[in-house]
Design a protein around this ligand. Structure first.
Ligand code: TYD
Length: 209
């Protein structure tokens, strides 16, 4: 991409396939921030806004929309999640908090491009700022399959063939930003979860807030 988007300092994003452990790592990261008395805000996408809740209904198969509509809904949710003046990511950063986020625009590029054109999804997301740190918890689709088969609640992407495509979509999305100043780390997601957490912490720990 020629004009790389702005980078939001102290904004940290975790990404990975379903079952790769992003939610667990976010919780461990939150614990470390609490123990070290570092001001922070933990958040996730889809967010808990009304748009985010609507998206979750679609993901659980309770409502059905066209793939392009879903891509637009994720972009709308993200816009609100970023820019909401009272409780958005930017407002938290401006209060001197670290913002830790489970999934962000890379999920849209990976997941929505399974059914929509990659460049179309990119066009919806290209003006959003990038995080300072992006951690990709790398677990193969096969490895994730074992983990998600134990889950009670399924979503519309819980299919091994779809997960393969999502993995390819992630690789493509990282290439888009390879020349940006975003700090990108691919972490072996099959390692012990405490070890992963220590690795992530050691990378972000020296951050000036
Ligand atoms: P969720 O129930 O939050 O659980 P988890 O992230 O722990 O798997 O599921 C979110 C789902 O939404 C996940 O399957 C990825 C998908 N998703 C998209 O398709 N596009 C997006 O832009 C985002 C943020 C998530």
């Amino acid at each position: 991409m020629k004009n790389q988007p702005e980078i939001l300092k102290n904004f940290i994003v975790l990404e990975g396939l379903d079952g790769s452990g992003t939610t667990t790592q976010l919780m461990l990261l939150e614990k470390m921030h609490i123990e070290n008395k570092i001001k922070h805000w933990c958040t996730f996408e889809p967010s808990d806004s009304t748009i985010g809740k609507h998206i979750r209904d679609i993901l659980r198969g309770r409502k059905e929309v066209e793939p392009v509509t879903l891509a637009l809904l994720f972009a709308a949710d993200r816009n609100e999640h970023l820019f909401n003046k009272k409780n958005g990511i930017i407002s938290h950063l401006s209060r001197g908090e670290m913002v830790l986020c489970d999934r962000y625009l890379f999920s849209s590029l990976a997941y929505q491009s399974v059914e929509c054109e990659f460049d179309y999804v990119l066009s919806l997301n290209k003006n959003f700022p990038l995080p300072e740190f992006l951690f990709f918890l790398d677990v193969s689709p096969e490895g994730c399959k074992k983990r998600i088969s134990a889950r009670a609640e399924k979503d519309i992407f819980d299919d091994p063939k779809i997960q393969e495509k999502i993995y390819e979509g992630y690789e493509r999305s990282f290439l888009v930003y390879k020349d940006s100043d975003m700090k990108f780390y691919r972490i072996d997601g099959t390692l012990d979860f405490q070890e992963i957490s220590r690795k992530i912490w050691s990378i972000i720990h020296p951050l000036p807030i």
